[in-house]
Design a binder for this molecule. Sequence first.
Ligand code: PLP
Length: 388
Amino acid sequence: MRRVYFDNNASTPLLPEVFEAMRPYFSERFGNASSIHHHGQETRAAVERARESVAELLKCRAAEIVFTSGGTEADNLALFGLAGPGDHVITSTIEHHAVMNACKHLETEGCEVTWIPVDGKGQVDPGDVWRALRPNTKLISIMMANNETGVLQPVAEIGKIAAEADVYFHTDAVQAAGKVGVDVKQIGCDLLSLSGHKIHGPQGVGVLYVRKGTILHPMIYGGRHERSRRAGTENVAGIVGMGKAAELARVALERGDLNEMAALRDRIERTILRAVEATGVNGEGAPRIPNTTNIYFDYIEGEALVIALDLKGLAVSTGAACSSGAIEPSHVLTAMGLPPERARASLRFSLGKQNTAEEVDFALGLVPETVARLRELSPVYNKAAVGS
Ligand code: PLP
C-alpha cells in the first residue's frame, strides 16, 4: 500500500547522508569521547565537528552549544537551570508541553509564572511580555515557531525587551530550525533549544544554545561533560547525526529550497479550502514556517479523520504527537480562541524535505472525499445550514 507522510513536525525521516555520517560511530569508532587514547580522540573530534556545525547554523560560538538528549531536555535545562523558588518566569499559553509542564512544575516549587495569551492568529503580543515584567522576573521563555500551527512569534522584539530589562530569554526553536533562519544574535536570546529529529537528524539528541557567561545549574550531575552543563558520556552517533543534519539544513536554507516547500504547503491550503466547505486555516495571516498548515474541518472529529486518512495511506495528525489520543482539545488552538469543537476538528499537515508535488496530489485526492464521507455519517452536519 502506498504511504505518504505529512507529519514531519512530529518527526522527520533521517536523511541518507545523515545516516552515512553516523554509521561508523555505531561500529568501528566506538571510543569514549573523554578517553585520551586514539579511540577517544577520534570520537572527541567528531563531537567537536558536530558542535561547530550546529554553531554555524545558529551563528554562535561552538563553545555555546550543549548537546542534550532532545528538545525536551534542552527546554527543561533552560528552565530548571535558571529559575527556582522566588523567581518569576514569563511564558506563553501555546508552548510545547516540554516548556509548559516544566513551568507548571516550577509553579509547584514556589516560582511564579505569568502565562501570556495569544491573539486569534496565534501570536504573542510583545507588549504583554513587557507589561508582565516584575522586579523578580528571571526568565522569559517564548517559542520561536509553534509546532501545531507553524505560527512564528515576534522573538526578536521579545529579545530586545528581555535585554532592556536585563532578564534571560529562552526560545524553543525546535520547529523553526531548518525552516527559517535562526540567528541567536538577531533574536537576542540567551538560550535556544533544538531537536535532531525535527531537522531530518536522529531522535534522542538535541541542543541547548547557552550564551557565553550564562550561569546555568545542571540537571544531571556526573562527569564534567559539556562544560559541566550536562553530565554523561556523549551520544556520539546521535551528536554526529545532529551535526550533519544541521549542516544540511543550513545549506538547504541558503539555497532557498524551502520556497518550494512553501509552495506545496500553499497548494494544500488553497485546494482544500476551495474543495471542502466549512474549512479554514488556523493561524492564517500570521507569519508561519513554510512547511506547516493547520486546517479546521467543521463537523468532523479530527481523530476520526486522521484514522480514515491513515487507512488510505496518508499520515497527518491532530497536533502534537505526544497529545495524540488526548480527549482534551489542543491547548494551542483553544488559546487562539477556537471553540473546543473546532479545535477538535483541526488537522495538521506538515511537510519535510522528502515530500514531492506528486505526494501532494495524492493527499489532495484523498482529503475532500474522506471529509465528505465522514460528514455524511455526522449527525451534527447539516449541509443546508453550511451552504446558506
Ligand atoms: N519543542 C517543540 C516545539 C516540539 O515540537 C517538540 C517535539 O515535538 C519538542 C520541543 C520536544 O523535542 P524532543 O521530541 O526532541 O524531545
